[in-house]
Design a protein around this ligand. Structure first.
Ligand SMILES: NC(=O)c1ccc[n+]([C@@H]2O[C@H](COP(=O)([O-])OP(=O)(O)OC[C@H]3O[C@@H](n4cnc5c(N)ncnc54)[C@H](OP(=O)(O)O)[C@@H]3O)[C@@H](O)[C@H]2O)c1
Length: 327
């Protein structure tokens, strides 16, 4: 796979990485976990050059880092650009509670939390440093400068090589930059979630900050897999998301249908087209599609070589907005 660097100062990675969240958390919690297959997926990703491996202490909690740690044991650690996160507390699955959260609920940006958490992450990951330590969410109750200062301490201590932010505004990136360089920003970006294109993504490009789109496949929707809510596993986080509610999901089929059509014309799969569009948004963009399925991983890896014509890109740019908020 083509390589790139994470921003102007970060390490070299493949242009597409691997999100590990769904291997132990959030999606399909009823089917028993298949750790052997997940570990094989991580190894295959490294073989294919998808070296950015993304996890978080919140996923599980902790089970995802433990799984990634097991996958990287036995000589694989140095092949990976290992990224984890701190600052989101998992009893609030991805920060969402029915009826909305109190400000800051489910977040912990206190410096003492950051300092204590890095050691737990390193222990579970079986390593003495991570390549990228990301602040999962800004805690509105703690000045960002204080949280980011503690993130910077993890770099000074040699426990993290670089630090990044997630789901932030340009103003928040600027505040962090005044304290310590920001290597990456991880936020949702896909054909049906384009908010970052307005300001955060161009700001990152201008500043030499890598932009890591999460959920670049629209949590699987853009691949055409979910025609109705019944296609989602019963105990699945997506069942609670507005865009996956019955009427919204039905309306949103128009988007999946057009992606499928363009994929047919381009001789690619819908997943490749969705990822190729994300990659086309800038050379600083490194998407982290999530999968625990070997054939999906191979599919996603192929997106790095998927060239979309100007007409196809224009068709994708013109897709209708989705029905339903993202959370
Ligand atoms: N920073 C944050 O706040 C945040 C939030 C959410 C996610 N993330 C990170 O971003 C990563 C990716 O996001 P995501 O996993 O939520 O969403 P995603 O990458 O948009 O979609 C994942 C879903 O798509 C399916 N899939 C993957 N490749 C496919 C293919 N080629 N064909 C058909 N289906 C395919 C997966 O199935 P299987 O799992 O069954 O293989 C899974 O259900 C996560 O793993 C996590 O590391 C970060």
């Amino acid at each position: 796979m083509r390589a790139t660097t994470l921003g102007s100062t970060g390490p070299e990675t493949g242009v597409i990485g691997l999100g590990c969240m769904g291997m132990t958390f959030s999606y399909d919690m009823q089917t028993p976990r298949d750790d052997a297959t997940s570990i094989a997926v991580i190894h295959r990703a490294l073989d294919l050059g998808m070296t950015l491996i993304d996890t978080a202490d919140a996923y599980g909690p902790y089970t995802n880092e433990e799984l990634v740690g097991r996958a990287l044991a036995g000589g694989h650690r140095d092949r990976a650009v290992l990224a984890t996160k701190v600052g989101l507390l998992t009893d609030s699955v991805e920060d969402v509670k029915p009826g909305g959260n109190a400000p800051g609920a489910g977040r912990d940006g206190r410096p003492e939390h950051v300092r204590a958490s890095i050691d737990g992450s390193l222990r579970r990951l079986g390593t003495d440093h991570v390549d990228l330590y990301q602040l999962h969410r800004v805690d509105p109750r703690v000045p960002l400068e204080e949280t980011w200062g503690a993130m910077a301490e993890t770099v000074a201590a040699g426990k993290a090589r670089h630090i990044g932010l997630s789901e932030v505004t340009v103003a928040e990136i600027r505040r962090a930059q005044a304290v310590h360089p920001v290597t990456s920003v991880q936020s949702e970006l896909s054909l049906w979630t384009r908010d970052a294109l307005a300001d955060v993504l161009p700001y990152c490009q201008e500043q030499g900050i890598a932009f890591l789109p999460f959920a670049p496949l629209g949590r699987g929707f853009l691949t055409g897999r979910f025609a109705s809510a019944a296609d989602l596993p019963r105990d699945d986080f997506r069942r609670g998301l507005p865009r996956f509610q019955r009427d919204a999901l039905r309306a949103n089929q128009a988007i999946a249908g057009q992606v499928r059509q363009i994929a047919g014309r381009a001789g690619a799969t819908p997943a490749r087209v969705a990822l190729a569009w994300v990659l086309a948004q800038g050379r600083h963009v490194v998407p982290i599609p999530g999968t625990k399925t070997p054939r999906y991983l191979e599919d996603n890896a192929g997106a790095a070589g998927c060239e979309l014509s100007a007409a196809d890109l224009a068709g994708l740019d013109a897709l209708p907005a989705p029905q339903g908020a993202r959370y």
